[in-house]
Design a protein around this ligand. Structure first.
Ligand SMILES: Cc1cc2nc3c(=O)[nH]c(=O)nc-3n(C[C@H](O)[C@H](O)[C@H](O)COP(=O)(O)OP(=O)(O)OC[C@H]3O[C@@H](n4cnc5c(N)ncnc54)[C@H](O)[C@@H]3O)c2cc1C
Length: 410
């Protein structure tokens, strides 16, 4: 997919964003918002649209005493965590540093601290939002409370976030890294992992990735992060290294900044083409395990992968109706990523569709809204769980003409 916008506004502040939103309305132009530019679906740059590019709005200010960061609408995870780090603090983000904080947070924000501190959106305290009519409002627990509820899970469907306040925590050092098992061991490892995932303390959150190692061999990578007392983390990591015979294991004390940096090396998207699908899985069922092993055995590109993010602990204890995010039970969020240098798309798209279909049988209804596109109508119908009707009502109130079309609502 190659999208060509009609024009791009390089916004420097709220007034620029307001002018751009009003200009799009006055000239009847479709609109899209580009934050960190790391969207698997390319939603930030819409074909024929006026694109509001927030890359010039990346400032992060840290109030260390309050444990709060004020984050501009175009800031990335690395901008946020990098600004907090000199104060001995960190923030809840995704696993990759280049991903925009706003894009990630508005849709959810799975990451390696979610067992301990919830999703990124559970740590959003307030947001300044430019609405479809060009007004700038602040949304928090006491101002525009319904908008504040809706943007925590409803994605970029309600306006342009020019600034956010995020809660910060003292977590460094963490224990993190990667343990890689070759493909012939993957089924056993994934099956054995179920017990560890279901009993993991809040301090241990994991990503699991079917991918190709630097030597070209497919397999399963366990990517744990222990954010509790370093002295007691070692035993948990040891268990993960004893699920089989790892080809390599590199887990040790690190910081959140370095963890993001390490994952950036794995996840640089610029210049590549992507076909992405998402499924939410209850756990690694036998059907899921064979679908994942088959996915890795049939990779059509060494860049392709299936990323599985664990959702548990603090994230799963938030009542589902308290934000628009629709799935609060423990689960595994799988992102299927066909990823290739420019060239024939067909084999990679077919691979992604095949893997998605193979996972569908044991998947929960719906899926992660940040991974769903307009064609995923069946999944979108269930993606917001019991919050769908309230979310639709908020959309009608705040954006009746559907100016912001990030992720289709049911
Ligand atoms: C390499 C990679 C790794 C990822 N890792 C994770 C992960 O660990 N956890 C996770 O949960 N997700 C992850 N994602 C998915 C990611 O959360 C979403 O794709 C997200 O939309 C990316 O935001 P962005 O600002 O970088 O993208 P953009 O393309 O800039 O924006 C995508 C959409 O987000 C909305 N948006 C962005 N900024 C604003 C704003 N300031 N105001 C209003 N709307 C805005 C808009 O609707 C926009 O169209 C990853 C994606 C990639 C490519």
């Amino acid at each position: 997919m190659t999208n060509r916008p009609a024009l791009v506004v390089h916004a420097r502040g709220t007034a620029d964003v307001q002018d751009a939103v009003r200009a799009a309305r006055d000239h009847d132009l479709p609109l899209s918002v580009r934050g960190g530019g790391h969207d698997w679906l390319g939603r930030g740059v819409r074909d024929g649209a006026l694109v509001i590019d927030l890359a010039g709005m990346r400032r992060v200010e840290v109030d260390a005493r309050a444990g709060v960061a004020t984050v501009a609408g175009g800031a990335t995870a690395t901008d946020l965590v990098g600004a907090a780090s000199p104060h001995g603090l960190s923030a809840v983000t995704g696993t990759v540093g280049g991903v925009g904080v706003a894009g990630l947070t508005l849709g959810g924000g799975y990451g390696l601290l979610n067992g301990r501190f919830g999703l990124a959106l559970d740590n959003l305290l307030a947001a300044d939002v430019v609405l479809a009519d060009g007004r700038a409002v602040t949304a928090d627990a006491t101002h525009e409370a319904e908008l504040f509820w809706a943007i925590r899970g409803g994605g970029g469907n309600f306006g342009v976030v020019t600034s956010m306040r995020h809660r910060l925590y003292r977590v460094d050092p963490i224990l993190a890294g990667m343990i890689f098992y070759p493909l012939p061991q993957a089924a056993t490892v994934l099956d054995r992992l179920n017990e560890i995932l279901s009993t993991a303390p809040d301090e241990l959150t994991m990503a699991v990735a079917m991918l190709t190692d630097p030597g070209g061999a497919p397999g399963v990578a366990l990517i744990p992060a222990w954010s509790g007392d370093p002295a007691s983390g070692g035993a948990h990591i040891d268990r993960l290294q004893r699920l089989g015979s790892p080809a390599f294991a590199k887990v040790g004390p690190t910081t959140c900044v370095d963890m993001l940096r390490a994952n950036d090396e794995q996840g640089e998207t610029i210049g590549h083409h992507v076909a992405s699908r998402t499924r939410s899985l209850p756990h690694f069922t036998p059907g899921t395990v064979s679908a994942l092993v088959e996915a890795a055995a049939t990779f059509t590109s060494p860049l392709s992968r299936v990323l599985c993010g664990q959702f548990h602990g603090a994230a799963a204890r938030v009542p589902v109706e308290s934000t628009a995010f629709g799935l609060r039970r423990e689960h595994i969020m799988a992102t299927i990523i066909g990823w290739w240098p420019p060239g024939d798309a067909e084999p990679h798209q077919t691979w992604a569709d095949t893997v998605s279909e193979a996972l569908a049988g044991d998947a929960l209804p719906g899926g992660y809204p940040n991974g769903l596109g307009p064609a995923d109508t069946e999944q979108i119908a269930h993606a917001y769980g019991p919050n769908a009707a309230r979310l639709r009502a908020a959309k009608t109130h705040y954006d009746p003409s559907n100016t912001f079309t990030a992720t289709p609502l049911p």
